[in-house]
Design a protein around this ligand. Sequence first.
Ligand code: AMP
Ligand code: MG
Length: 419
Amino acid sequence: MLTIDEAVRAVLEASRPLPPRPVPLEDAVGSRLGEDVAADIDLPPFDKALVDGYAVRTDDLRGEDRWLRVGETILAGQTPSRALEPREAATIMTGAPIPPGCDAVVMHEKTEPGEGGVRIDEPGVRPGQNILPRGREMRAGTVILTAGTVLGPAHLGVLASVGRPRPKVVRPRVAIVSTGDELVEPDRTPGPGQIRNSNALVLQAMADEDRAESIRLPIAPDEPDALRAILERGLEADVLLITGGVSAGQRDLVPGVLEGLGVRRVFHKVRLKPGKPIWFGVGAPRRVQTDKHDLAPDRPGPLVFGLPGNPVSGVVGYLLFVRPALKVLAHGLPAPNSITGRLSRPFRHRGDRPTYHPARLEVVPGGEPPRVEPLDWAGSADLLTVARADGFAAFPAGDRDYEAGDAVGFLPSAPGFRP
Ligand code: AMP
Ligand code: MG
């Protein structure tokens, strides 16, 4: 049986950065850009007014006479019909193109409109004032975002501005399969011996937190043919998460079916509580067409995690093994997923496996280590306590009575958590 560190290392060794693929812009936030992107047009595409007011020629405003005739009105979205003549101004709105001959825009608030014209009250109007020149933000053909950039909301706006609604990004696809004859979907009332499928939603939400594209497949029964058909669909993803069916029960068919589908087993069972029966393997690499014109390079084989069915085992398995793997797939560095805190109360640990126990984390101001409060927990089926926790206190193997103030590891539930 592997230690946790050995198992993490095995998962990371099997994890390969994914080739980029085009995704809709609205799904790209938080993903890494997989290509350099150049501007297709100058931005702004024309010299534009930055305020509502009057387009003027500064030459006209050098002397005592501050009165200008007002010609046309230029609204945003329109183009000026002609150049400014001497001693002429045009009424102009924010975002509208300035007319030829104009070299400054004077804010409406600094003028006094009158019959057929306007008095410019602002002294010392400078050339270029309140005009954003064409190409000031970016020039057509120049690379404005480079491959590797993690896309935030503003990057999406920039990509929209340069007409890239489907940029190539690195975004892992995760398929989720719950197995078990006892399972019904959450909208059903369980019959005798049945329970609702909670695992799939938990795993999907965690995959969403990690910016993966997730899909939940139908519940798979504990029957080899139907199970095989559903797992085969799951192998089309980059990561397949399966819950249930990996322990030593008579109907724990997942490892056998996976191996029958050509998934190479890397390990089965990790010295860990909860979650010992976890299974991990790698499917065969495939060439996959990502869209009509674009053939992706060889994609690494899917990473397949068989997580035990007990809800908390699934959460701990995800945090320890799946999250760091997704990070590597998405071209990131797996962050150390444990921090150190101090127990806020005494705790008695019994057991020969490292144990992850739901706990609250209280950040202490002033650089002190955070305080870790283990919660009263009914074991690996008790998800409610996990919902009330911030993560898990990590107790090493071995019986020990801990005192308040003792150092303890903490595995946060939130991605990228830093106290
Ligand atoms: P298994 O790993 O299949 O032996 O399942 C272990 C325990 O987890 C059993 O009590 C199952 O009923 C429960 N379980 C399995 N799958 C799920 C699921 N998708 N949602 C909630 N509980 C589950
Ligand atoms: Mg089962």
